[in-house]
Ligand binder design. Sequence first.
Ligand code: HEM
Length: 480
Amino acid sequence: MTTTSLRPTGAPEIEQLPEPPLRRSREIQGNILSAFNKDYMAFRYVRFPDGAGGRGWLSVMLNTVSVTATVEDFNEEFSLSRRAYGQDPALIATWVGVSLTYQGLLQVAREPEKVKKELAPFESFVKGAAGQAASLGDDGTSAPEHWQFGSDRTGVHAVLIVAADTEEALNEKLRNIAAADSAHGVTLVHQDDGRTLTGDLRGHEHFGYKDGISQPGVKDFHREDRENPGFRDNRPGSTLVEPGEFVFGHKSESGAPPEAPKWLDNGSLQVVRRLAQDVPGWNEAVKREAGKFQPHPISEERLGACLVGRKKDGTPLAQGENPVTGVGPERNDFTYANDGQGKQTPCAAHIRRSHPRHFESTQKHRVMRRGIPYGPAYTGGNPDAERGLMFVCYGTSLERQFEFLQRAWSNNPNFVPGDPGSPNGIDKVTGTIRQGGSGSPDAHIELADGEKGTVSMNRFVQTTGAVYAFTPSISTLRRL
Ligand code: HEM
């Protein structure tokens, strides 16, 4: 297959480069390296009755799980065809991914004591999302006791992601899965229904910002142009990182994970967080805080973009550096090297705190994000409807990747993703000062034209469910 239509006009030729081997993987489950990218996604959190029930259920799931090669072929075909989404029956597919929590792995393991010993170095995984909640700022109304799944009370053994192009296809798959659940005594703890927003909000999250633009590029999976490092065959951006950052058993940036047992190979650690968004609350606070800027109020659009780091249409506040790829709202080839004081992209901005591009160590802390919104878009008339982001990410270290982003960068007022002493503050999208923690929850912003302000607003994203799970390879699933 060629990749012609994936290249911006004028970009250098990349077809002569060989097919990256991981694209052909039938061992790595889909959605880790190759996104499911569907408009309808169900997240089912289930409990096994016992080991035999869990193993029986997993053997049914094994037959329906989607692998990287299949998902990647489809995605490539789809981007080449340019046909209308969901209209062409040849381009409709339903994907399934299955992951097991630590408790779930122990349930189905034939030698649970051995598994316990092998997984002991993976401390956060062993403690689980609920066990790690307090240290990540999931307290107060975000505390596990209020979660819809993943707490001690609502503990889960497995997470199933079912992704489809149409609601009918999704429901049909879910009917088969529900039949497998009852045949094996598996109970559904909770289900979330992810839905891509429609109309002008397509591809955007509930606060209104275009999402899913910046993702790490992966060696052996993406091609990078030798003439033009940073230009990848699907998205321009930073240089490629080693596949071992996202999939066990491969070379990694940060060295081998702690004594990882072989059965983790070609698997990945999955974080699922149900993040409720208070959209009217956010809108009102942004408007209020923008009005307090000195010497003149700034517009709410401008302050919102400062807090995210991109405008609603995706345009980054940072300037692009590449004359070919550095244009358009989805551009991604920028760093903050020329903006140490945060005058263009404030140091408090969500994308700057979660990927401080000009820091060398940043590549050790990348995550593969696979989120989708849930709940209806805010129209003004439905302020109380439940809505938010099903945040999903993959990596091989919870501590170094997801937890680091949340704890050491987003929540931490002492982390300055710019010159020391620059105007700074926690991430106002997802950051929080945990109870009893020190430091100010405010964000200080000083813009190039002299406007400045201190943004004091509550947290408008709350955690309402969370799970850490392991997404095994096909061989490991088969051997369970
Ligand atoms: C990027 C929104 C939660 C990590 C973005 C972008 C938006 C966004 C609009 C810019 C689009 C893009 O670059 O792809 C949100 C919202 C969240 C949320 C509304 C919660 C409701 C999180 C969480 C994390 C996270 C929990 C990790 C702890 C990232 C990262 C990027 C990103 C790493 C890419 C930054 C870059 O490479 O420039 N997010 N996000 N986000 N977000 Fe979030």
